[in-house]
Design a binder for this molecule. Structure first.
Ligand code: F6P
Length: 850
């Protein structure tokens, strides 16, 4: 329910220019706030229908709303930063005074266009809008204050209202230490009864209690705790134990704000941060990497690199030799990067400044490095050997991992051997895995890669694995086309078990099964993978047929959990999947222990940072010369872009540099006949060329010059040189190319790439490749100083879809007009509804007829 602007209402309601201006300010700040929100219920503002109150009352009301919105905005953006409402309101007052003569001179009331066109421009409005959308502030006080700043601060600023601070609470399920989003949802509903604006992320278990809207904060929290105690095994705790957040118990003790320090530029630090000040190592986390000397050195070094050309760099044998690394059969050649040995030395210094080694260690030791969700990041534990010890919250998680793996081994063997049969007694040979995002892309990539591996093929004989991800009914049709429910096993994969697309698809396929075989067939034909076993059971799936994973596994890092292991084991048998896990584990060890100069994921990550942040190349093409890897780029798109597509540092400070890469790719040589034109002569896009020494499916034709795989690999070897060397006008002249074509046929060259050569493409190598890229993304995130393990950016769109869904329902069933949307969306929705008005209001169940 974002704030909506309704021109006619505003025009008629805000006859007075001052009110109109304040209203515009309100709109600006609210729109900006809606942009920031990643919650179901963004802050809402509606102009008064009628000016029933006096003008003064209305001004006071708007003042209060501006104050609240501004405060909430920054509370949401970063709990330790906020706009000082005193200053804000003084500024508002000042601007009214300054601008009212001009605005007041209007004899006609301002209409909407006047307001929109900012006829009475307000610096403050702009300031709010700019600040709110997260653009970097110059001199933003993101560093720990000096003593002088501290004393100035206490002299200049008032203690904030203890009631007026946003708190993030987190709910945990005690027994398994994993999150149960439906628990906060219950509380959320309960909260909504008390307070507008309670927020809940869709797939997290955290809940934000915004500023007090009239209900005493303490008593609300007490009620929340009471309510949480009523829900079995539910625990309420502060979400940010190690950050500048509020401590629940101190709130309850009513002393949580006594030591808050106000700083100039509205920076507020919690006392715990003051303690941190004395600890230099910890402090590094609040300093942006761009403020460090190694970053500045690299910036300066760009000028040196601009003077080089890969044509020359490639002549330096020593340089090339030292830009080649081998580990466990994987061979990386990064000599075609626009980098010298000096660049590499400077990048290692940057890694040091970013405490990369320590960050990697923190990840492996189970620290809650995903701080916005207060979680460890332990996908490495999913492929750790049985005897490994990896702790999360003081508990070794490896035995839990292996319990689930053993359960998968047993279950998949039963299904594959035919000892587990469907409702009509037939063996289940076709698997439909329903899931989206991380619950789909990774398993799809691995399945596609194994589908032609001779060893895996043997194990998959007579079996099918299909995926259903998109909520598009066409995808439903494709997933069941030609299948018989009697022989189908459905695996519903969802970490949260709340994802709208997955749940509707799961209900659809449940209908497909039960309409054919009766409702009791669901128990035999549907199993689940989730962290949310309560919702799995509620859905109607036997908890014994549910395969757990944990909140320390991010969705896009979950392919090595039951998310991937179950469907892949059903298709290929557990022994093949175990090889895949071993390959990933081998890279995990390498990543943790190899020195940076020999560490493949570290090198890949640092070179990405170099290309993005220093050379200014924001995109990366992933170009596997193997059709089996056709789903690798789509998977890495999520791993990389959902992880590193962030605009603020891990501490919530807006980044003054771009983070994240734009990933895309296609297998060679298909890509060559598609987008390589742009890569060769258009934009500079660093490329990852991935080649395989031995094809999964060799083909030789007698009389041909080379084998089919050699033909493919000729391109793998040629393309990087074409990009690096290009072709000059002189060369073209020598070839007698006509003058007028020379500009068109010239290739500037100097376009960076790297080449990764794998010995073959069995399950083990697929695991190696996966883990190398997962860790590469983490390296980039660690250096950029962002949280690569949350994904708040996906929330806003989800919540807006909820509003549309409600409208579609109301319009279809009660012929309600489209309301509450902007002009464009209203028009589109109305057209959509009118053009499909022949659909009955309450249609009978209809499944695809393909
Ligand atoms: O796209 C957002 C996201 O939350 C991903 O991070 C996740 O992989 C996907 O949705 C699916 O979520 P779930 O596994 O909870 O259904």
């Amino acid at each position: 329910m974002p704030w909506q602007c309704c021109p006619r209402q505003e025009t008629s309601n805000f006859m007075d220019p001052e009110l109109a201006r304040l209203n515009a300010l309100m709109r600006e700040s609210t729109v900006a706030m809606n942009n920031l929100l990643h919650a179901d219920m963004p802050w809402q503002y509606s102009p008064q229908q009628e000016l029933s109150n006096s003008k003064d009352d209305e001004l006071a009301r708007l003042e209060a709303l501006v104050r609240e919105a501004t405060h909430d905005m920054d509370s949401i953006r970063q709990q330790s930063t906020y706009w000082d409402t005193e200053i804000l309101m003084q500024e508002v007052q000042k601007q009214w005074e300054e601008s009212s003569p001009m605005c007041g001179a209007q004899s006609e009331p301002p209409n909407q266009e006047h307001v929109d066109d900012k006829e009475c421009p307000s610096e403050l409005q702009q300031q709010i809008a700019t600040t709110s959308i997260g653009e970097p502030e110059q001199n933003n006080a993101t560093t720990i204050p000096s003593e002088v700043e501290k004393s100035n601060a206490s002299a200049n600023f008032k203690e904030p209202d203890a009631e007026n601070v946003t708190t993030t609470l987190m709910l945990k399920q005690e027994s398994m230490n994993c999150s149960y989003p439906e628990l906060p949802r219950q509380l959320h509903e309960y909260m909504l009864g008390h307070q507008d604006g309670a927020c809940l992320g869709d797939d997290t278990s955290s809940m934000v209690i915004p500023s007090d809207n009239g209900v005493a904060r303490k008593s609300l929290l007490m009620e929340m705790i009471k309510k949480s105690e009523e829900i079995d095994g539910c625990m309420l705790e502060d979400s940010k134990k190690d950050g500048p957040s509020l401590d629940l118990h101190r709130i309850l003790a009513n002393d949580c704000h006594s030591n808050w320090l106000e700083l100039p530029r509205q920076r507020r630090l919690h006392p715990t941060m003051m303690e941190v000040e004395e600890n230099e190592v910890e402090m590094a986390s609040t300093t942006l990497i761009c403020d460090t000397q190694p970053w500045k050195d690299l910036k300066a070094h760009v000028e040196d690199i601009k003077k080089t050309h890969l044509r020359d760099l490639m002549n330096d044998k020593e340089r090339c030799e030292s830009m080649m690394v081998e580990f466990d059969g994987m061979f990386l050649d990064y000599s075609r990067q626009c980098a010298t040995l000096d660049t590499m030395a400077k990048l290692y210094k940057l890694a040091e400044a970013a405490s990369l080694k320590q960050q990697i260690n923190r990840m492996y030791s189970g620290e809650h490095i995903n701080s916005t969700e207060n979680r460890s990041v332990l996908h490495v534990a999913l492929r750790a050997p049985r005897d490994a010890v990896i702790n999360s919250d003081g508990k070794n998680v490896v035995p839990d991992v292996w319990n689930v793996l053993d359960k998968i081994r047993d279950f998949s063997e039963k299904v594959r051997s035919g000892s587990w049969v469907g409702a009509t007694g037939k063996p289940l040979k076709d698997v439909i895995a329903i899931g989206i995002g991380g619950s789909f892309l990774g398993p799809l990539f691995v399945h596609t890669a194994l589908q032609t591996d001779p060893e895996a093929v043997e194990f998959a004989k007579g079996r099918q694995l299909r995926f259903l991800a998109n909520v598009d009914p066409i995808d439903v049709a494709r997933s069941i086309a030609g299948l018989n429910p009697e022989t189908a096993l459905v695996v519903v994969v969802s970490k949260t078990f709340t994802t709208a697309e997955t749940m509707l698809n799961a209900r659809t396929i449940r209908e497909w099964i039960s309409s054919a075989l009766g409702p009791s067939a669901v128990a035999k034909h549907m199993v689940a993978v989730s962290t949310n076993l309560t919702l799995v059971e509620k859905f109607g799936i036997d908890p014994n047929n549910a395969f757990a994973f944990w909140d320390w596994v991010g969705g896009r890092y979950s392919v090595c959990s039951a998310v991937g292991v179950l469907p892949l084991s059903l298709q290929y048998g557990f022994s093949i999947v175990e090889k895949f896990l071993k390959g990933a584990s081998s890279i995990d060890d390498h990543f943790r222990s190899a020195p940076f100069e020999k560490n493949i994921p570290v090198l890949l990550g640092l070179l990405s940072v170099w290309n993005v942040s220093f050379l200014g190349y924001p995109a990366r093409a992933i170009l596997p010369y193997s059709q089996a890897l056709e789903k690798f780029a789509p998977h890495i798109q999520q791993v990389s872009m959902e992880s590193n597509g962030k605009g603020v540092s891990i501490d919530g400070v807006p980044l003054p540099y771009e983070a994240g890469e734009i990933d895309f790719g296609e297998p060679g040589t298909n890509g060559q006949h598609s987008f390589y034109q742009l890569i060769h002569q258009g934009r500079v896009i660093p490329c990852d060329f991935i080649g395989i020494v031995k094809s999964q499916q060799p083909v030789y034709l007698k009389g041909e010059v080379v084998s089919n795989h050699d033909e493919l690999m000729s391109n793998f070897f040629a393309q990087p040189d074409a990009l690096a060397y290009g072709k000059t006008a002189e060369q073209l002249l020598k070839e007698n190319v006509s003058q007028h074509l020379i500009p068109h046929k010239t290739f500037s060259g100097n376009r960076p790439s790297l080449s990764l050569l794998l010995p073959s493409l069995g399950a083990y190598n697929i695991g190696q490749l996966l883990a190398s890229y997962e860790h590469r993304v983490a390296v980039e995130g660690f250096v950029w100083g962002i949280n690569s393990f949350d994904q708040w950016g996906v929330e806003l769109g989800k919540s807006l879809a909820t509003q549309v869904r409600k409208q579609l329902h109301a319009s279809r069933t009660k012929s309600e007009p489209v309301e509450g949307f902007n002009f464009s969306t209203t028009k589109l929705l109305t057209r959509y509804l009118q053009a499909s008005s022949d659909i009955p209001a309450d249609p009978p169940t209809l499944l695809p007829r393909i």
